[in-house]
Structure formats: C-alpha cells, structure tokens
Design a protein around this ligand. Structure first.
Ligand SMILES: [Zn+2]
Length: 377
C-alpha cells in the first residue's frame, strides 16, 4: 500500500474511542468522500481523538467513521516538507458511518477545520494531495466527491473547500456552497438528529427544533428510510391530533387555495406553520375589505383593528369568509368535515367543539371572540 508509507501518516486504528465495531463492506469502494469537521482548525477539539469522542459518545456510532482524518494543527516535518498529520482511523474494508446510505461503497476523509471560515494552509493542502495520489495508486476508490454531492446530502455544509483543486494541489479554497435544507428528509445510515442538526451554526436547524417538529419519532432510535420534518422544523406547529411527518393533505389544499386565491406564495408542504396562518389572516383582511368596505391594512397580523372589523359568521353563511373560518378551525385541529365554504352541520359542530375547548360562550357563531382565539398568536 502506498498510503501506509506516507511519512505524515500515523496508524491509530484501534486506538481511538470506539464502542462496538463497524461491519465489513460488501461492495467495492468507488468513492473517496471529502469532509470538513466544522470545528475551527486551531481549536483543541479539532483532531481525530476529539471527533471520535463526539461520534461515539454523542452520536452513538461504533467509531469515528472517517477512514482518514487530516489534522492541520499537528504539523510533521517530512523529507518532502511540512505536512499536516494524517490519522489512519479505520481499516479500509470497514463500512463506517459518514455518508448514510452510501457508506457501503465510500471511504471518508475528513480535513479538520471549518472551511466556511478557516483558510487552508500549505501543509494541509500538501497532505490532501499526497493522500489522494497514494489512494489513486492503491486503487482505493475511483471518484472524488464532497459530502454534499452524495445522494440527498446537498444541504450539508460539507466539505465547503474545493477538493477538486486541492487534490491537484493548485491551492485554491473556492467554497462549495450547500443547498438550502429540504423541508423533509429521509434518514440514512448513521444519521442522528445531532449529526444532521446545527446546520448553519446557531441560526440553523437545531436538535430541539427537530424533536419538537417530529413528535412521533424516538430520537434515540431513528430508522433508515424514516421521513422527518427537517428544513422548516423551526416553523412547524404540529397539530396535536395529527403528529404526522409527511404533511397533511387538507393543509396542502388550504395552502394551494391561499396561493391561487390570494397569491400567498406558500410552500405547499402540508404543515401548519406561521406563514400559513399569516396568509390566512391576510385572506380574512382582504375579504373584510372587499365585502364590508373595512379598509384594513392587509398585513397578515392579528390586531385590534382587524378584531374590530370582524363580522359574525354563522349557520347558513356561504362564501370566502366561511371558508376562512373552516380552514382556521381545521388548522387548529377541529375538522369541519369539508372545506366547502358553506356553514352547515360540520362547521357548526367543529365550531362548538372549538368554543367548548377554548372556554368561549358556545353560541355556534364565529364572532370577535372566536376569531381572536383562532388567529391571535
Ligand atoms: Zn461531512
């Protein structure tokens, strides 16, 4: 093997933190996948030992997962010049975790550092190039790719540095920008809420958001193939009676109607979030202006003026206001049967259940008190 002879390589197989073992690959390695660690390269925790601790203790993986870890903060003087240390962490034939369902045929190489902010130094670039050419000579893998070029990981901020240029040692660090996180995500091998969260730092999707938005899942027992609410987890309000993770067909129809009728520009995802609610308030304000000449500012926010402008909707009513009431009841978990814009038995029954639950006078009429509880944040 050429790679084992690299002077900057240290063999730490079996020496890093582990818990159990990874199984053996049953497919040939076709991909060399490049990662960065998202930890600033000069920090204490930016090395193979710390990544192993984190992956084993927090993610619950059997071992660190990357076959190789390049450590910019550990410099080694070699006959070829200064090089960043390369840690050899797992046997090549182990199907370690790092790219989900592609683990079977992909080895992982992690360059310590957060290359959204760090710049890469020459010793690190040289180690990337050395390791790459040794692996090519050893016929380990055919294609180079970044983590976010592997199936369904386009949202990952990994590897960010331009590995294509680095493996040819041209010294460029042009960033590779990740795509936005998809609204829903299908769990792959080795994924945990902790490994897929924290996207884009503190402002991104956090583990707590994922837990809240996916009440039906056990964070400790994610299943491969399981679909979860992901990119918009922060905004999702889950209906307590329907903790589904694939969205709701009726909510999709509400969103489509708001888009068509009111140009709401909503993502039709079947999840009840603040944008859907705000679009419904806009629709209500628009209808009050059109039908009752109310002159409200159409801003999608519930306020005193909108409340004062409310007209009572009751049995026998027909039209867009009734539809808005039906949609609002549905979003709160009180199903009027069908959203047909006609205030009939189903709407009456959903409304009186809502009024009872919210302790409003159960008069089966939707007036100021009812609309306030339906729409005020
Ligand atoms: Zn990665």
């Amino acid at each position: 093997m050429n790679f084992t002879k690299l002077p900057q390589l240290v063999d730490m197989r079996g020496k890093l933190k582990s818990k159990g073992t990874y199984s053996k690959r049953t497919k040939t390695i076709t991909h060399r996948v490049w990662h960065h660690s998202l930890t600033k390269k000069h920090l204490g925790g930016s090395d193979a030992a710390s990544f192993a601790d984190y992956h084993v203790n927090t993610l619950g993986w059997p071992g660190v997962g990357y076959t190789f870890i390049i450590e910019p903060k550990n410099l080694i003087n070699t006959p070829n010049g200064k090089r960043a240390r390369i840690v050899y962490a797992h046997d090549i034939d182990r199907r370690t975790y790092h790219v989900g369902n592609s683990n079977q045929f992909a080895i992982g190489i992690c360059v310590a550092g957060d290359y959204r902010y760090d710049t890469m130094d020459d010793a690190t670039i040289a180690s990337i190039a050395d390791l790459h050419s040794a692996l090519v000579k050893d016929s380990i893998g055919k294609n180079d790719t970044s983590h976010n070029e592997m199936p369904d990981y386009s949202w990952k901020a990994c590897c960010v540095y331009d590995y294509r240029k680095l493996i040819k040692w041209q010294g460029s660090t042009t960033p590779v920008t990740p795509s936005p996180a998809p609204d829903s995500y299908t769990i792959q091998e080795g994924d945990t809420l902790w490994s897929i969260a924290h996207k884009d730092g503190t402002g991104g999707v956090q583990v707590e958001d994922l837990i809240k938005a996916n009440p039906g899942i056990d964070p400790a027992k994610l299943q491969i193939g399981q679909k979860i609410i992901f990119g918009n987890a922060k905004d999702v309000i889950v209906r307590p009676d329907k903790p589904s993770s694939s969205g709701d067909e009726t909510i999709r129809s509400i969103q489509k109607t708001l888009n068509i009728r009111h140009k709401a520009g909503l993502i039709v995802d079947g999840f009840n979030g603040p944008r859907t609610k705000s679009a419904l308030i806009k629709a209500l304000q628009t209808e009050l202006n059109k039908q009752f000449n109310k002159k409200l500012v159409v801003d999608g926010k519930w306020g005193a003026k909108t409340k004062a402008a409310i007209v009572t909707v009751e049995k026998g009513a027909k039209g867009n206001l009734t539809w808005i009431l039906q949609a609002a009841l549905y979003l709160e978990g009180f199903n009027p049967g069908s959203l047909d814009s006609i205030f009939g038995k189903g709407t009456e029954s959903a409304l009186s259940k809502f009024q009872e639950a919210k302790k409003i006078t159960a008069d089966k009429k939707a007036g100021k008190a009812t609309f306030t509880i339906l729409f005020a944040a």
